[in-house]
Design a protein around this ligand. Structure first.
Ligand SMILES: [Zn+2]
Length: 229
């Protein structure tokens, strides 16, 4: 691999990590009903504005050992996890496709999957528009229009049964439907299997306050691994 190509891969990794950082901030601020762009990035505890050195994706959190430089309060791992996962997703996509090509769809898919994961992690729900956009773009790319029709029927059926299902969340079932739409039954089963492993790791790294552990972040990561490897 040439030096130029190595630089290109590092830049793509940093681009993905920067998107992950921004999406984490956007989802957190949207949940708190505050502006996405203003105020500038700051510590939630001492309100000190962050310097450029505090904002380097992936690395700043590691160098600061997960603590604010100014007040030493622990910083949430959520942003760092989003930076790592989207950064490495972008890297996987760049490694999969030939040098010089720029397949925009897998990058958009990884970005939207990260939005779903962040929303589910922070609010235990996700936006329908985000999943609808993923399903529609997948059907456009794969040309599986019949599968899209079946997915919409499945969605309507789940909507009708909303609140009556006790074993698993409707959102998780819808996500299984999306994975099937963008791949196959075999890959859907593989995604669920790998996601179960990721869920154990996520539970170990990041202890949520409630007993319910959101499945979509693990499913989104597994989806990227299965679709891009
Ligand atoms: Zn602070």
């Amino acid at each position: 691999m040439t030096v130029l190509n190595q630089i290109r891969l590092i830049l793509i990794l940093l681009l993905g990590a920067s998107f992950g950082s921004f999406l984490s901030l956007a989802v957190t601020r949207t949940n708190a009903r505050t502006g996405i762009c203003f105020p500038a990035s700051h510590c939630e505890w001492c309100h000190h504005f962050l310097a450029p050195l505090d904002l380097i994706p992936i690395l700043s959190w590691l160098f600061l050992r997960g603590r604010c430089r100014y007040c030493q309060h622990p910083i949430s791992k959520l942003s760092w996890l989003a930076e790592c996962s989207l950064g490495f997703c972008f890297l996987l996509i760049a490694l999969r496709y030939p040098i010089g090509s720029w397949h925009i769809y897998p990058y958009c898919q990884a970005t939207l999957l990260t939005v779903l994961a962040l929303q589910d992690w922070t609010t235990r729900s996700f936006s329908s528009w985000c999943l609808a956009l993923l399903a529609l773009s997948s059907a456009i790319v794969t040309q599986r229009w019949l599968a899209l029709g079946l997915f919409i029927l499945f969605w309507l059926l789940l909507d009708k049964c909303a609140g009556r299902l006790r074993l698993i969340g409707e959102g998780d079932l819808l996500f299984f439907g999306y994975v099937w739409l963008s791949s196959s039954f075999y890959q859907t089963a593989l995604v669920i299997f790998i996601a179960s492993g990721f869920l154990l790791v996520l539970g170990f790294i990041y202890h949520p306050k409630s007993r319910y552990l959101p499945f979509i972040p693990a499913l989104a990561m597994a989806c990227e691994v299965v679709l891009q490897l």
